[in-house]
Design a protein. Structure first.
Lengths: 251, 92
């Protein structure tokens, strides 16, 4: 494979090409032991508060007709996260799907849905630690839910498919990059990474990879959302919510 | 209900087709940890199907497919249950 011939050194962090190192694969989820215990507690608290916000939002807006949608889209995101796509220099990335869920379910249910996926991954597949579960919810579920508001901000409640696609693209890219930034800060301030240089090293390194991985995420999300809005727009409740707000404001 | 079956069938089809093409290279976070020389500590809990494989199954494709299907069913049912519990009866 061509990847084996490339060797690039960087002043910040050495990038050397590695062969596929395992039979299986792991995700961007933070494993147990990477984070300072205090940080684990703090991120658990932040995530619990976010989950309470999401739960209240779901109770207010969620209708029974959306139950199959949340089940199918959560299952889709689980499978999507299993399948890593290769990027450059022997590194891979995978779909996280936060913005996708937000477009299908709205921000609140998207946070709940992603948290369910992360919970099953942590319990059954040891993908993401138990102590770092709070941090992983924050970096993926909460960031994904919040990207709904980036779409809202950028799309300006437009009905133009082009502008909507551009907004979804940007929002999903940001959901990955902001999640990676949060992750980089969390690992950077933890003792495990102090000897390696702390945040000064983890932030540029994480951003470097996730700026690229984010493009993959954005391309997949935009394709999915624009195809769904063409085939069965009724499924995109998140989008309907955006337009609903626009409608209320206008009249 | 027809739509749900169709969507789930499509997801399973996607899983079956794409498993061999999925990259086994380390992902962003693993790559960073690796390049900084940080070993992942022994996990507190190693799950029932660590790394999306089942130890008793030799063939990596089958192991990943089955663990993926189990995960899919688990996520689907938990999401259905929680969705059902939260949603309002006649809310639209």
């Amino acid at each position: 494979m061509w990847q084996k011939d490339i060797n690039i050194s960087n002043t910040f962090f050495p990038i050397s090409v590695t062969k596929p190192n395992r039979d299986g694969v792991k995700r961007m989820h933070i494993p147990d032991g990477f984070l300072d215990p205090y940080l684990c507690v703090l991120t658990y608290i932040i995530s619990l508060v976010s989950l309470m916000w999401a739960w209240r939002g779901v109770r207010r807006t969620f209708s029974r007709s959306l139950v199959p949608v949340i089940a199918v889209s959560s299952a889709f995101v689980f499978v999507g996260q299993m399948l890593n796509f290769p990027i450059v220099y022997g590194t891979s990335g995978h779909l996280v799907g936060g913005t996708f869920l937000a477009m299908l379910l709205g921000p609140h249910a998207a946070v709940i849905s992603m948290s369910i996926v992360l919970l099953i991954q942590a319990i059954f597949f040891a993908d993401g630690g138990i102590s770092t579960f709070g941090a992983n919810i924050f970096n993926m579920a909460v960031m994904g839910g919040l990207s709904f508001y980036i779409v809202k901000l950028l799309s300006g409640y437009t009905s133009s498919p082009k502008r909507l696609s551009a907004s979804v693209f940007t929002a999903s890219w940001f959901s990955i990059v902001l999640g990676a930034l949060a992750c980089a800060i969390q690992i950077g301030v933890s003792p495990m990474f102090t000897s390696a240089g702390g945040v000064m090293v983890t932030v540029p390194a994480m951003l470097f990879w996730h700026i690229i991985i984010g493009i993959g995420e954005a391309a997949i999300t935009t394709t999915l959302v624009s195809q769904l809005s063409r085939i069965s727009p009724a499924v995109l409740s998140g989008l309907t919510m955006l337009r609903g707000i626009a409608y209320e404001r206008r009249y | 209900m027809k739509g749900v079956t169709k969507a789930v069938a499509l997801i399973i089809l996607g899983l079956t087709v794409f498993i061999p093409f999925a990259s086994t290279y380390p992902d962003g976070l693993e790559k960073v940890a690796e390049s900084l020389g940080i070993e992942e500590p022994e996990p507190v809990w190693s799950g029932l199907m660590p790394d999306y494989t089942i130890h008793t199954i030799e063939n990596p494709y089958i192991a990943k497919l089955i663990s993926g299907l189990i995960g899919l069913v688990l996520v689907f049912s938990v999401a259905w249950g929680i969705g059902w519990a939260t949603a309002r009866e006649n809310h639209d």
